[in-house]
Design a protein around this ligand. Structure first.
Ligand code: FAD
Length: 448
């Protein structure tokens, strides 16, 4: 360490990246850490809310067996016994019918595709499961690649609805490397007897709360409902200045875990070049809209339903209580409806009743027995920065951990590629950025 041995560090964002970075750094006594979170609660996109005497995520969450970093964190916090692995059950909703989609046998029986198309799709999925080198997919569009190898029929029934539902207007520009990772990781996390998904009993809030308690115990100051308004450097004092509604604070180092576009808005061209701002802003984000409801009615035997209908108003329908038993929720069935949309989409403007009307009308089409009177509570959540768009040339858009502002580091989910973002990667990135900052302070060479 140099002259001043205690270093003040600010971490901006109380999602899993920020919480993990704070947790890792707070293991060392030579840091004074303050974590700033704009909202009243920690957890970010994985944050929860109270219902039926327990907690549930605002956006559906589960873990895969391959999510090593978060599983390790859960164990380290002595929550391993709460992480249970439940059998998953996936269906595709196509042309008014549900088709199970859990195994190669399900694919072979998948009627909406001709036998030849099923065979082609099966070979492509097997190839992507086995293929390890994804680099050659980086600048190839998933839409074009799948169209070429799976054929028009599989495009219409499978890939087009999925890509359009997940990436909206950007669906033809998504990198095949991103889709490779989705298929490759998921296929390899599946055991012989089917897929099992992890869920923390009591919700991810149990992990968030455990992290919060650890941070407080290890001396971290947590400032909720405190939005950082700008970040700049004072070259005379070598400090980084954060401004808030009601003043400013100075730090030796700052870790920013906010979306790249939001970070661009906080720094401005006085501190960095216009081309750096342009690079950060070139990463597009989609929002997510989720409707959660509890009901006395059981609607389906599947956990996850992909809605492969281009005219559907949402992308997925989940029966959470087909993963986690109803007994955890006073016997109620819990459902999610969700979709990803651009910020200008009407779902970010219209009120809860209008959105519910549209979505429940479609749900009634899916399940004619669906009875709104059986609903005991419902909650609507909207996230603006829910998914980055891993488009062509994405690799060149990824910002570095060290930013051009000396002492300011960036770790967010737009740096995760080709994997899709997820809590596991948030934990991995949080650990990485903490280690990088520490190694810089110790004068070690690059660790990352
Ligand atoms: C619909 C949906 C489903 C998902 N499903 C899964 C799943 O099944 N499994 C899984 O592992 N992952 C899932 N994820 C992804 C996972 O939630 C994220 O990858 C992870 O939570 C990202 O954490 P983060 O800390 O990087 O970012 P965030 O969670 O976005 O945290 C950033 C934090 O910064 C705060 N902030 C923003 N601006 C400011 C400011 N100016 N000042 C201070 N604070 C600010 C925000 O309020 C937020 O809390 C899902 C995400 C979505 C949207």
């Amino acid at each position: 360490m140099n002259s001043k041995s205690i270093k003040s560090i600010a971490i901006i964002g109380g999602g899993y990246t920020g919480l993990t970075a704070a947790y890792e750094l707070s293991k060392y006594s030579n840091f004074e850490i303050t974590l700033y979170e704009a909202s009243p609660n920690l957890g970010g996109l994985a944050g929860g809310f109270s219902l039926l005497g327990t907690h549930l995520e605002k956006a559906y969450h589960h873990l895969f067996k391959t999510d090593k970093d978060i599983i390790q964190l859960i164990d380290e916090l002595r929550l391993g016994a709460k992480l249970l692995w439940h059998k998953s059950n996936v269906a595709i909703y196509y042309d008014g019918k549900f088709y199970p989609f859990n195994s190669p046998m399900d694919l072979l029986r998948f009627k909406p595709l001709s036998f030849l198309s099923r065979l082609r799709l099966g070979i492509v999925l097997l190839y992507l499961k086995k293929k390890k080198n994804w680099q050659k997919f980086v600048n190839v569009s998933a839409y074009d690649w799948m169209g070429k190898w799976c054929g028009r029929e599989a495009m219409k029934v499978i890939w087009e609805p999925l890509l359009l539902g997940k990436f909206s207007k950007y669906y033809k520009e998504i990198s095949m490397a991103w889709l490779w990772a989705r298929i490759h990781i998921r296929a390899n996390s599946r055991a012989r007897d089917g897929e099992k998904l992890g869920y923390i009993t009591g919700g991810f809030d149990v992990l968030t709360e455990a992290l919060q308690s650890k941070l407080l115990k290890q001396g971290v100051i947590i400032k909720k409902e405190t939005r950082v308004q700008s970040i700049k450097r004072d070259d005379k004092t070598n400090e980084v200045i954060l401004t808030f509604d009601n003043g400013e604070q100075r730090f030796d180092k700052v870790i920013v875990t906010l979306p790249s576009q939001v970070f661009a808005g906080l720094i401005g061209t006085a501190s960095v070049s216009a081309s750096y701002i342009k690079k950060l802003s070139s990463i597009n984000y989609l929002g997510a809209v989720l409707l959660v409801f509890a009901s006395d009615q059981k609607l389906s035997d599947y956990y996850w339903h992909n809605i492969n209908d281009l005219g559907a108003p949402f992308l997925v329908f989940l029966n959470h209580t087909n993963l986690v038993p109803c007994s955890n929720y006073n016997g109620k069935y819990l459902y999610y409806l969700g979709t990803y949309v651009p910020h200008e989409h009407e779902y970010f403007r219209i009120g809860e009743n209008d959105l519910t009307d549209i979505w429940f009308r479609y749900l009634k089409q899916m399940f004619p027995e669906f009875d709104q009177k059986k609903i005991t509570e419902k909650h609507l959540f909207k996230f603006k920065f829910a998914q980055h768009v891993a488009d062509l040339d994405y690799k060149n858009k990824i910002p570095d951990y060290r930013t051009p502002i000396a002492g300011v580091y960036l770790a967010n989910f737009s740096q995760i590629f080709p994997e899709d973002r997820g809590t596991n990667y948030a934990v991995r990135e949080g650990k990485k950025i903490a280690e990088l900052l520490r190694s810089d302070l110790l004068g070690k060479s690059d660790l990352v």
